[in-house]
Design a protein around this ligand. Structure first.
Ligand SMILES: [Mn+2]
Length: 254
């Protein structure tokens, strides 16, 4: 990378949340996310876990792109689903509110790139008006194990839709991916299109905005693969390149 530090795009990452006992909470990201952004020349910055919209707005004003990381389930109350479903795991309304706010802000702006990974794919669909499968094994079936404990291994095939942004940047119509999710996109948000599905059971594995903004999400974990899996590396390269190409502020409206 020959660009000076000043030219390297600043990428905001949303943190995961973990209860610590009492009312204590940890916020953190897996190191693979920051490594994957660094590897393609981006400067990762982990956001504080907060639903303070004024602070989030001020932070957002300073960054060039947003990466929504993996984690627990989105509260079904945000998309009219059954909040008492017993399969729900690690629901955090604080994290949901923070990420839905940030995602909708950038979707409305229509300019800076957003990359969603795993839960991030689900957050982006919900933010844009879609719904989620609450539990793939009980609602779709177990033909494919989407919660494979081998988190860094390629475990199932994904078919990529021709003509999508994902297809253009990966350059293949079938790839093999890792899989650590029990939820998935159900009803697609009106502005999104499906860019990939799991080969055997049709589970949505990637979505994207149908338009010029890079607003793309993968249900798998490219950050765990990027160093040795070209399709995952290509995803980070395209995201950070989109962030580098977009000025933070513009005098024009979109
Ligand atoms: Mn999967």
């Amino acid at each position: 990378m020959t660009a000076s530090a000043k030219q390297r795009p600043l990428i905001a990452l949303t943190p995961d949340v973990q209860e610590r006992g009492g009312s204590g909470l940890n916020s953190y990201v897996h190191k693979e996310y920051t490594d994957a952004v660094l590897a393609v020349g981006g400067l990762p910055m982990v956001l504080p876990l907060t639903d303070d919209e004024l602070a989030l707005e001020a932070l957002l004003a300073r960054v060039d792109g947003l990466l929504l990381t993996g984690g627990g389930d989105v509260d079904p109350a945000f998309f009219g689903g059954d909040a008492s479903n017993p399969t729900l795991k690690s629901v955090s309304r604080l994290r949901d509110q923070m990420e839905l706010f940030l995602t909708r802000r950038l979707l409305d702006e229509g300019r800076r790139p957003v990359l969603g990974i795993c839960r991030g794919c689900q957050v982006m669909n919900v933010a844009a008006g879609g719904t989620l499968v609450l539990d793939v094994p009980s609602e779709i079936g177990a033909a494919v194990n989407h919660s494979d404990p081998r988190q860094f291994e390629l475990v199932h095939d994904v078919n990529i839709e021709a003509g999508t942004r994902l297809h253009a940047l990966v350059g293949a119509t079938t790839i093999r991916v890792n899989s650590s999710h029990h939820q998935a996109v159900k009803e697609l948000a009106p502005c999104l299109r499906v860019s990939a599905r799991s080969a055997r059971d049709g589970v949505v594995e990637a979505v994207e905005l149908d338009g010029p903004q890079f607003f793309l999400a993968a249900q798998w974990h490219p950050e765990r693969l990027h160093a040795r899996h070209e399709p995952s590396a290509a995803l980070f390269r395209a995201f950070v390149a989109a962030a580098a190409a977009k000025p933070r502020r513009t005098l024009r409206k979109k």
